[in-house]
Structures are given as C-alpha cells and as structure tokens.
Design a protein around this ligand. Structure first.
Ligand SMILES: Cc1cc2nc3c(=O)[nH]c(=O)nc-3n(C[C@H](O)[C@H](O)[C@H](O)COP(=O)(O)OP(=O)(O)OC[C@H]3O[C@@H](n4cnc5c(N)ncnc54)[C@H](O)[C@@H]3O)c2cc1C
Length: 531
C-alpha cells in the first residue's frame, strides 16, 4: 500500500495533467471524432511521465504496490476526468490481473516488470460473441502441442468480443479452453494468426478503444500458460472479482459525481421564476439530493470493502458485487438526473453531462452486468446477513432484519426458485448493506477513525443526513429527507452542515414508536445553513 501523501500527490498530478490535456472541450471533440487519444493513454502509462500503472504493480516488480483503497481513489479520479480514457488506462490493470494472482514467479517478473518499465498496454480477453455473462460457454480453444511426450506449446483458435484496448494493446490475456478446462494465456500483439477488428462504434466511452479479436491457429510457447497449470482460468478470474469490481464501482462513483458537480453550480446560477433553481425543493429534492445520497452510500460501501481487502480478508466477491451494483446504478441515475437538471442545455453535445451520461452507462454492463451482480448478491445473502448482524444503525438493522424475515419466508415457501424474486432480493440486500455501511462510516468519521486517504467531502453530520435521506426515501413515509442546501440567494451555493459530534441523534424529538421524526425535519434542523 502507498501512504496518504503519495496518493494525494498522484491524484494531484492526475488532476493537473487532465486540466492541461483533457479539458472538457478537448474531450467533447475526441468523443465527436470517436477517437481514443493513444498518445495521452501512453503518456499516462509511461513510467517516466505520469506512470499511473505503477500504482498497481507490486513493489518487487518496479511498481508502488498500491492496495485496493489506493486503486479506488485513482479510479474515481480517472472517471471524474473521462471514463473512456480511464477504461483505456485501467484495462492494463484488468488484463494483467490473471498474471498478478495466478502466474509463476518467472511470468510475474517478466510481464509485470514490462508494464512497470515499458508502460506496456494490456487487454483482458474473456468475453466472446456467445459467451458474455456465462463464461462457461467459452468456445475459444487451446490445443496442446507436444514434442517427445512433453507439452511445448498451445495452438489457440477462437474469437473475442468487446475487448477494451483490443486494437491498441501490446499484450493480451486470453481465456481459452484447454483439455483440463479454461486457462489464461498471454498473447503478444503481432503473433501470427492474431488480428483485431476495427474499433466499435459505441454509445459512450468513445475515447476508449474496443475491438473484437480473432485467433486463428495462434501458437504460444508453454510458458505463456498463466501459472503453468491448465484449468485454473475461472478460479484466477474469480480471485480478483472483489478487487476489479471495486474499480468499476469507483468508475460509477467518479462519473456520477462528475455529472452532479456540473449540475450543482448550474442550479445556483440558473434563475427561473425569479430565483435560482437551487432554491426550489421540487428540483433539489428530485434531481440532486437523492443522487448525492445514493453516491455517498456507494462510496461508504466501496471504502469499507477496500479496507477489508487491504487487511487481507480475502477477495470479498459478494461485497465487491454490492459496491459495483450500488455505485454504478447510482452513477447512472445521477448522470441522467444531471441532464434533466440542465434542461435543454443538458440534452446537447456541447454540455459534458450529456457525454458523461452516455459514458457511465457502460459501468452497469462491463465487469459483470447489474443483473449478474444481483444474482451474485442474492446467492450469498445468508452468509452476508450472518456477517453483519450488528450494523449499529437503527434503520439499516431494521431493514436487514426485515430482509432476514423475507428471506426465511421465501426460502420456506421455495420462492427463490423464481429468478425475479431472487434478483430483487439482491437489490434489497445491496441497499440495506449500503445503509448500514454509510452509518458506520459516519460513526468512524465522528470518532476520527476514517482512513486519512478517504474522501472527506461530507463531514459526519452530512453523512448522517445522507443516511437519513436514504431511509426517508426508502421508508414507508416516502418523506423528502434533507440535505445541506444554502438557501441564501446571493451565495446560492451548496454547503456542508457543521459537525456537532452526533451521528445518530438529532435535535428533533422522535415521533412515538420511531427513532427520529420520520420526515427528515430533524436532519433539516441539524443542518440548517449557518449552523
Ligand atoms: C465497451 C465495452 C468494453 C468491454 N470490455 C471488455 C474487456 O476488456 N474484456 C472482456 O472480456 N469483456 C469486455 N466487455 C464485455 C462485457 O464484460 C460483457 O458485455 C458483459 O459481461 C455482458 O455480456 P454480454 O454482452 O454477452 O451480455 P449477456 O450476457 O448476453 O447479457 C444480456 C442481458 O441479459 C442479462 N443476463 C445474462 N445472463 C443472465 C441470467 N443468467 N439471468 C438473468 N439475466 C441475465 C444481462 O444482465 C444483460 O442485461 C466489454 C463490453 C463493452 C460493451
């Protein structure tokens, strides 16, 4: 792991670089030309320039050895700049993951050092025309080439679909079926029989290169089989799902905030019916507030999962799925609401929210679709519920208890045979888990225990209000919730409530049978402007 100072410096360099080379006007022009800025991607990956990928490479191979928390911070920042360029840069990380987790020491030294020293770009080749969510349907084959009874190499045949960096990478990890099962192989650009298609004409992330790959009798030596043992491919892929899903979760978070951070100042400047839009509840409480709440709930879950991965608690695949599901769905909704928040302007190519909303759409598709996340979450619900029996936050606990009841009834009534019911449970668990995590994050912040690397945009009271807002929106009252909005016309800007050392109790007395007022008014009092 890297220290907080180094991480902050890296984020700062990234921001400064983006300001110079990836300003909004340039990104909009690249998007219109459907162009991946290869020189910029190479600059960002070059060890003697920005060297982003050094953060992800272990120290022994020339990198900085960043952990899951560091990766989340960088991914969020990259996505705030541009999700297409972020995808192009981070595809190397994804492509080299099977090597990081499963390769032999010699393979790791060769390939990870090349990424660190040469800025070698990688691509991750799993998906096929007929094998997307279901990688078990894989049709690409790797046949053994034997000499004197010894396996000396493999011949790979098949095709891959939608591969990020497919047309620009220098090396590829390709999933193919061997006689002993799916396995990863490293194939270099230019290998005989290995070609890529033209860049896909995509809905969004048009600044990234996505291409199909074709492998026709491509020969690789036996030392290109990752780990040297056949049949380990799916296990190696699964070993990093928690980690890689966190990356995409951070993409959803960063892109969602990038959109909101354009909508919020717009709302303060745009005067309609005699006052700024930021003073109209019908606007703020529909288009801004719920999106802040959802994004920050996603962040809380990402951070908690990243810290647990960094502590060595395992790959945390289910938690990674919850983080991805919540943050990418939240990012999508936030970007869509930001278009609405800018009205007709938001609907034009000239305004970044339009581009961001097309870009962020991919985050609910790649690295596992939202429906597959719901399935993953719902399958593991019993284990999750047991692990988080004491969430320490009334409503989250109530929600989890209610869920436990529903799950038990569903199990007894054999309702989980119906996929729709199972997947809805995945959705509810994701929300309840995030509500609990958000409450815990607020408490940790109040106690000064939040990681010094963590995003500090909202203080403890702000986070508590966000949690209350999530509750109010999800609760039976359908109350409005509240967020710190500065109503003073002249200032017209968004403010944070000041921390007053309380995270769970507010100034308003609880209504009978409730732990708070139920309508978010208590939060409103706690966060009144100027307090
Ligand atoms: C721009 C882009 C970049 C990409 N980059 C890469 C990359 O670098 N490397 C790589 O290997 N892949 C990459 N992908 C592929 C991506 O991971 C897949 O598109 C994704 O996994 C979904 O697979 P699919 O497109 O075949 O959809 P399908 O699996 O056919 O799914 C179609 C729909 O059906 C739903 N569905 C599928 N199975 C079930 C089920 N059992 N129950 C209920 N619903 C289900 C899905 O949620 C989805 O809504 C990329 C894709 C895109 C578009």
């Amino acid at each position: 792991m890297i220290n907080a100072k180094t991480l902050k410096l890296s984020v700062k360099s990234l921001k400064e670089f983006a300001k110079k080379r990836l300003a909004d006007a340039e990104l909009i022009a690249l998007d219109a030309r459907d162009e991946c800025p290869l020189d910029i991607v190479r600059h960002m990956c070059s060890p003697d320039k920005l060297g982003i990928q050094l953060l992800f490479i272990p120290e022994e191979f020339g990198g900085f050895g960043g952990g899951a928390f560091d990766v989340y911070c960088i991914c969020e920042e990259m996505a705030r700049i541009d999700l297409g360029v972020a995808t192009a840069v981070l595809a190397t990380f994804l492509g080299s993951d099977p090597i990081t987790v499963g390769a032999t020491p010699e393979q790791k030294k060769l390939w990870l050092s090349r990424i660190a020293e040469e800025g070698l770009l990688f691509a991750y080749g799993a998906t096929e025309p007929d094998a997307g969510s279901d990688l078990g349907a894989l049709q690409t084959t790797a046949d053994r080439v034997e000499q004197d009874g010894r396996v000396v190499g493999y011949r790979i045949n098949g095709s891959k679909q939608w591969i990020s960096n497919g047309g620009i990478a220098g090396a590829y990890t390709i999933l193919a079926s061997t006689p002993a099962g799916p396995s990863w192989f490293i194939v270099e650009r230019g290998a005989a029989g290995f070609t890529h298609g033209k860049p896909e004409d995509k809905h969004g992330i048009r600044t990234s290169n996505t291409a199909a790959l074709s492998l026709s009798d491509v020969y690789v030596d036996a030392d290109r089989l990752v780990g040297g043992v056949e049949g380990q491919g799916l296990l190696q892929a699964q070993a990093v799902f928690g980690y890689t899903r966190l990356m995409v979760a951070a993409f959803g978070l960063g892109a969602g905030w990038a959109a909101l951070d354009r909508a919020i100042p717009y709302s303060a400047k745009r005067i309609q019916a005699g006052s700024p839009l930021s003073e109209k509840q019908g606007y703020t409480h529909k288009l801004i507030v719920p999106n802040v709440a959802r994004l920050e709930a996603g962040r809380a879950y990402i951070e908690e999962t990243a810290e647990r991965i960094d502590k060595g608690e395992g790959s945390l695949n289910t938690e990674g799925a919850i983080a991805k599901y919540m943050s990418t769905e939240a990012g999508n909704t936030a970007a869509d609401a930001s278009i609405q928040a800018l009205g007709g302007y938001g609907y034009t190519h000239e305004y970044m929210v339009e581009k961001i909303s097309r870009d962020v759409r991919i985050t609910t598709i790649y690295e596992g679709t939202s429906e597959i996340m719901e399935m993953t979450i719902s399958r593991d619900f019993e284990a999750l519920d047991a692990r988080h029996s004491t969430v320490g936050a009334g409503y989250a606990a109530l929600a989890l208890h209610a869920l436990a009841e529903v799950m038990e009834r569903a199990r007894a009534g054999r309702l989980t045979r119906y996929q729709h019911i199972l997947l809805r449970m995945g959705e509810w668990i994701a929300y309840a888990e995030c509500a609990g995590t958000l409450a815990r994050r607020a408490a940790r912040m109040a106690e000064g225990q939040l990681s010094e690397k963590a995003n500090q945009r909202f203080d403890a009271v702000g986070l508590a209000a966000i949690r209350a807002d999530l509750r109010a929106r999800g609760g039976p009252q359908g109350g409005p919730g509240w967020f710190a909005v500065d109503h003073r016309r002249r200032a017209g800007r968004w403010r944070r409530g000041r921390f007053r050392g309380r995270t769970e109790s507010y100034s308003h007395p609880p209504r009978p049978g409730r732990t708070d007022c139920g309508y978010g008014f208590c939060c409103r009092r706690a966060l009144r402007p100027g307090r």
